[in-house]
Structures are given as C-alpha cells and as structure tokens.
Ligand binder design. Structure first.
Ligand SMILES: NC(=O)c1ccc[n+]([C@@H]2O[C@H](COP(=O)([O-])OP(=O)(O)OC[C@H]3O[C@@H](n4cnc5c(N)ncnc54)[C@H](OP(=O)(O)O)[C@@H]3O)[C@@H](O)[C@H]2O)c1
Length: 251
C-alpha cells in the first residue's frame, strides 16, 4: 500500500493502548495515513506521532461527547482530504453481576460503546459519502466495528458489556445493507479475551478458565487481531460485508 498514489486514510477510535494502538501501528506500517483519539493518550502513541508527523493525527477527546467526535472527524477530513477506513474500537467494560450493576456504570457503557461508536461511524460515513471513492481505493473502503466474543457466547458478569457489543453487531449488519450500494463494506470484528488493560482485572482463575475452554488454550494478544483488520480493510475482503468475524482462538 505504501506505493499507492493515494495512501488510504484510516480513522481508529481508542488508539492509545491495547488493540487500538496495535491497529494504529500496523496501519502506519503499511503506509496508511492514520488518525486516532482517546481520552488520555499514551507515551507509545506520542512516540508514533513523533516518528510519523505527516501521517498520524492524534487527539484527546471523550467518545461520549458527540460534538467532540464531529469536530475530530471533520479535522481528519480537512487534514487528509478523505476517509477510507473507519475502525470503531474504543470501548469500556464494567464487570459485575447485573443485580449489583449501578446506573452510572450501565450509562457509561451505553454512552461510550454504543452511542459513541455509532456517532463516530456516522461522522466517518458522512465524510466518506462526501468525498467518494474512485481514485484507486474504490471497493476497499470499509467500516469495522470492534465487537467481542461475549456478544454471541455470553459471559456472566459481562451482561451489559455483551449487550453493547451485540448492539454493534446488529448495527454493522444493517449498515452493510445501507452502504453496500455506495461501495462501502461494513463488518464487525469479534475478538476473544485479549491480554490488555481492559481484561487486566480478570482473576487468575477466570483467566485460566477462559484460556482452558478455547481451542488454542490461551488468551489472545492484540497482535493476534491485527491480521483480521488488515484483511477487512484490504482488497482481499472486497466481497465481504455484513459479517461478524470471530478472532478468538476457538473461543
Ligand atoms: N481486551 C479484551 O479482552 C477484549 C476482548 C474482546 C473485545 N475487545 C474490544 O476490543 C476493543 C479494544 O479493547 P482493548 O482491550 O484494547 O481496551 P483498552 O486496552 O482498555 O483500550 C481502550 C482504548 O479505548 C480508549 N477509550 C476508552 N474509553 C474511551 C472514551 N470514552 N473516549 C475515547 N477513548 C476511549 C482508551 O483510551 P483512554 O482510556 O485514554 O480514553 C484506549 O485507547 C474494545 O472495543 C473492546 O471492547 C477487547
């Protein structure tokens, strides 16, 4: 991709840590122009921005703030002139049985994971429709929402989080039908449990239980998932849309 006349522009939410950071790093490595945001940033992301000042745009904002999301996506389009790939990755997880879950925890997960994800994608779609394809990147434009294995498998203690991810699966399936005629593919990527900050609070017992029931007998790493992003944002996935792709070590 590095030699393409128009390096793709990829926008990733939540690129400061974990899977989002791995995706940003991978997309920069293949030559994309990349934009990402998170609430706090990180030293790793700052180092990438310093190494790629012309190809990486970073911002600090809260995905629950729709005005900030709108401003960020507009800034990306103004800076790079187009958007080819939108990856809705930012999410939070509050663990706990439903009976003990507080209203504010439920509201936060809905606000960031569902509302924030949908508004982020909507803003990207508006820019994608405004700038069109047709310059060599056509048929490779895509939207990927990051879901989770638990949306389908279910998990005690993650009911609300799982509901937010199931919502994104449904959102992606319908959006795929809406945007297919415009040449934009929409898929949902459902990782299994990954060794990131998000899953850091898992007890050793739960960690061993989750690893033990997967076919590959281990938890995933962020690096295990970027290959699927490479596929979903590339020409080899030109006929793949409306899918939920599991990358979960066999659950
Ligand atoms: N880890 C797992 O086991 C696992 C399994 C399946 C699916 N997933 C999904 O994979 C994706 C990435 O997860 P991860 O494990 O990489 O999580 P992570 O390590 O906690 O990273 C989450 C990223 O999202 C950002 N973020 C969180 N809330 C935000 C907000 N309100 N506004 C803006 N940015 C926000 C974080 O930055 P700030 O905190 O600085 O804002 C960070 O960059 C998520 O969609 C998650 O649900 C994870």
């Amino acid at each position: 991709m590095a030699g393409m006349p128009f390096p793709p522009v990829s926008v990733v939410s939540g690129g400061s840590r974990g899977l989002g950071l791995a995706i940003v790093e991978h997309l920069l490595g293949r030559g994309d122009r990349v934009a990402t945001f998170s609430r706090s940033g990180s030293a790793e992301l700052d180092a990438l921005a310093a190494a790629h000042p012309d190809r990486l745009l970073t911002a600090r904002l809260d995905a629950a703030d729709s005005d900030a999301l709108r401003g960020f996506v507009a800034e990306v389009a103004a800076r790079f002139g187009r958007i080819d790939h939108c990856i809705a990755n930012a999410a939070i997880a509050h663990e706990g049985v439903l009976a003990m879950m507080r209203d504010d925890e439920i509201d936060a997960m809905l606000a960031v994971n569902v509302r924030g994800g949908i508004i982020f994608v909507r803003e990207c779609v508006r820019q994608m429709l405004a700038t069109g394809g047709g310059d060599g990147n056509a048929a490779t434009r895509s939207i990927t929402v990051v879901s989770s294995v638990v949306a389908e498998s279910g998990s005690p203690g993650l009911t609300v989080y799982a509901a937010t991810k199931a919502a994104l699966d449904g959102f992606a399936r319908s959006l795929a039908r809406e945007l297919g005629p415009r040449g934009i593919r929409v898929n949902s990527l459902a990782p299994g449990f990954l060794e990131t900050d998000l899953s850091a609070s898992l007890s050793d017992t739960n960690r061993a239980r989750i690893a033990g029931r997967s076919a590959l007998r281990r938890l995933g790493q962020a690096a295990d998932v970027v290959g699927a992003i490479e596929f979903l944002t590339g020409p080899q996935a030109a006929f793949v849309t409306g899918q939920t792709i599991g990358v979960d070590g066999g659950r």
